[in-house]
Each structure stands twice: as C-alpha cells, then as structure tokens.
Design a protein around this ligand. Structure first.
Ligand SMILES: *Cc1c(COP(=O)(O)O)cnc(C)c1O
Length: 407
C-alpha cells in the first residue's frame, strides 16, 4: 500500500461530513476512537445544558415543566431516536437506563407469551443484558435464562423472548436482524434487540421486531449516563404491560388516582420523572445525527475502517494484532477490534500518546469509528502512533500493566 498522509488530507477535503467536526469539542491533538463508549460533546449540547440549567431551571423553575415542555421530553427525544432506527415516532420513548429497560421489556414479553418461561440469549451477549434477565428469573422464580452459542437453532417452542445485541460489543459482528426475527416468530417467540452499538452507528431497520432498547451515551453523544430508550412495536402497545408501573406511566398522572392504570401507547413504558438536564443534552445531540444522515455516516465509517485495517496490516505487521471484526461491510458494526496478548498494555501506551481506543477483557483493543468526530487524517495519525509504540517497545513499561477501574 502506497498511501501517504496527503491522501488522507485529500479525503478530508472532499468529505461532505467534514464540517461536523467543528461542531464538537475535540480536544487538541487527541485522536479519539472511543465514541462507541462515550460520544464527544457537541457544542449544541453544551449550549443546551446552560440554557436548561440557567434559564429553564434557574429562572423558570416549576413552570418549565410546561413552558419549556420538560414533560414532553421522553416522547420528543424518543421520536428523534425513532428516525435513526426505522421506527415510528409513537413506538420509541427515552427513559431510564438500558439495563432497566431490558428488565421492563423482558417482563412485558413474558406476559405476552403465557405458558412459555424461557428467555433465550447468546453466551457472548453484553453482561448487563444477561444479568438483568437473571434478576428477573430470580424474582419470578420460574423463568429460565438459556444461553446458546448459536441462537437461531436454539429457538424452541418454550422460548418466550429471544434477546440479542445487534452489534456484538467485542467483535462488532452484526446479526442479521430480519432473519433472526423471522426465525423467532416462526417458533412463536418474541424478539428484543439491544441497539446500543447500532443506533447512530448504522442505519437500522427494525422490520418485524417486537422490542428494542439502546443507550444514549455511546454513538448518540448524549453525555455520560445519558437516558436510554426503548421501542415497543405499535401492534403490541395495547397488550403490553411492564412491572415498574410508576405514576408517569399512568393514564392520568395528575389525577392522583388510588390504583395504577397504564397510559395509552408507548408512555406506559415510563416509570418516574425524567432526568431533564440529561435528556435535554441528548435532545440537542440527536439533531446532528439526523442532519448528517445515517447513510452518509455509515459510508464514511466503512471507508475509515477499511483504511485503518489496511494501515495496520501494512505498518504494524510484526505487532501481531489479530483483527477479530469481520472485514465484510455487511457483517460488522462501527468498531474494529484486535486481539493481542498485551492488549491492555498497548491500550494504556496508546492513551498516553493521545490515541484513545478502549480495552475489553480478556485481550481485545477496540477502536470505535464515529464519522462526525473523526477525520481521515486522524485515522492515518492513529495507526502511525500505534506503529511507533510497537517499534519503540514503549508498551513494555511495567506501569502500563496496572489495571484501572474503568477500562
Ligand atoms: C453499553 C451497553 C449497555 C449499557 O447499559 P447501561 O444500563 O447503560 O449501563 C447495555 N447493553 C449493551 C449491549 C451495551 O453495549
């Protein structure tokens, strides 16, 4: 490969998404490949935070629930997320965390499938998805959480809900959503998709899916601990119920009735008061993704990932980094993962050289590709610093082997 840095600068000069870079706070010199774990701060979100805190809260106080439409935020933000995942605005609501939404939807799914007591998922699924299912099984006492290596052949007639993460958090391997959904439906099971590594990363088409969840702080750039969202297909909304039946999911919250009656539609999936400040930031951040368009974002990410992988092949040959992400565009999400015995040390050394990937035990270095915050020159420079670190042996420094609390 005979590419030079100038070739990457030329790609930036012709990139229709390049103007978005300036709309984020991108710390100088930092090559940030971790927008798949915590998205960067959009200037619009920063301004919105100040507006929400100083004017809406500081000046407006309680009036802001109506005057600033705080009360509508879960539906408004849900409607924006719906645009990114091929759903109707009335099918998505922003609320709680991904973990809690998984619990609510699994419980709701079990209710819709009386007589079936199995939640089927993948052994490699993200831990919280499995843990929340286990918590529900513990609570109910008669639900089995079944783990399979290959889910489709394991969908049997006792399965109530098949729960999968669309893009694998380690390898970035992508499930065929339509195929799995129809295999589940053929056995009478419902499907819950976790879109935490999909929404904002690639165009999603939920098709016939029953339920979905996803988080707001990764590709959606909502900020640390941003609210998550959930999706309930329109056809289930009347029959759907969930156990965290709080007052804001009530049909008439301000009637203060004695007993719970679920709101019509997706609002019954809400429990309590939304985190207004956090949700306002997410609301502002989503506009950038919608404006840029998921197809353009996806195209640029694929190109950046191809270039990154080619550069690693050409310039870090002796390092022995093994790409565990599929090279085929149709089979991967928006990060590249390399396995390496010294993956943790390499990650630490990279961070010290201002290249930020992250590390997932036992041996995976992940580089996330978020085209609104990443230039082509960033791709060139990051692989250059990686090659330097390998050749200098910098990663061998013993202080890089000390594990931090958050990796
Ligand atoms: C990040 C992530 C979550 C996060 O769950 P929280 O409740 O926000 O901590 C859940 N599932 C998957 C697949 C994730 O990648």
């Amino acid at each position: 490969m005979n590419l030079r840095r100038d070739d990457f600068a030329a790609l930036d000069a012709n990139d229709p998404l390049a103007p978005f870079l300036a709309r984020f706070h991108r710390p100088k010199d930092l090559l940030y490949f971790d927008g798949n774990s915590l998205g960067m701060l959009p200037e619009a979100a920063r301004r919105r935070a100040i507006e929400t805190v100083e004017r809406e809260w500081g000046q407006g106080l309680i009036e802001s629930w109506t005057a600033a439409r705080w009360i509508d935020l879960p539906e408004k933000v849900g409607g924006k997320i719906a645009k990114l995942i091929g759903a109707g605005a009335d099918e998505v609501i922003a609320t709680d965390s991904t973990s809690i939404n998984i619990f609510k939807l699994l419980a709701g799914g079990l209710k819709l499938r009386p007589g079936r007591r199995v939640i089927l998922t993948e052994a490699g699924n993200f831990p919280t998805d499995i843990y929340m299912a286990e918590g529900l099984a513990h609570l109910t006492g008669d639900v089995e959480v079944r783990l399979a290596d290959d889910v489709v052949p394991a969908i049997t007639e006792d399965v109530a809900v098949v729960m999968l993460t669309h893009v694998d958090y380690r390898s970035a391997a992508l499930h065929d959503m339509a195929a799995v959904t129809s295999a589940a439906h053929a056995q009478g099971a419902l499907v819950l998709w976790d879109l935490s590594h999909s929404a904002g990363a690639l165009p999603v088409d939920l098709g016939e899916a029953d339920f979905a969840v996803g988080c707001g702080y990764k590709f959606l750039n909502g900020g640390p601990g941003a609210p998550a969202y959930l999706y309930v297909a329109r056809r289930w909304q009347k029959a759907f119920s969930q156990p965290l039946s709080g007052w804001l999911g009530h049909a008439a919250p301000f009637a203060f009735e004695l007993h719970y009656r679920p709101a019509a539609g997706i609002k019954r999936a809400i429990s309590g008061t939304p985190s207004v400040i956090a949700m306002s930031l997410l609301d502002a951040s989503l506009d950038l993704l919608i404006e840029a368009g998921m197809h353009r974002i996806r195209d640029k990410a694929q190109k950046q990932m191809d270039l990154f992988a080619e550069l690693v092949d050409a310039r870090c040959t002796e390092a022995g980094l093994k790409l565990i992400t599929p090279r085929d565009h149709a089979d991967r999400g928006s990060h590249l993962s390399f396995s390496h015995l010294q993956g943790y040390e390499l990650t630490q050394a990279l961070r010290e050289r201002k290249v930020v990937p992250d590390f997932r035990a036992p041996d995976v270095i992940r580089f996330g590709f978020t085209p609104l915050t990443l230039s082509y020159v960033d791709v060139w420079d990051a692989v250059g610093r990686l090659a330097e670190i390998w050749h200098d042996g910098l990663w061998r420094d013993p202080r890089y082997s000390v594990k931090a609390a958050v990796t």
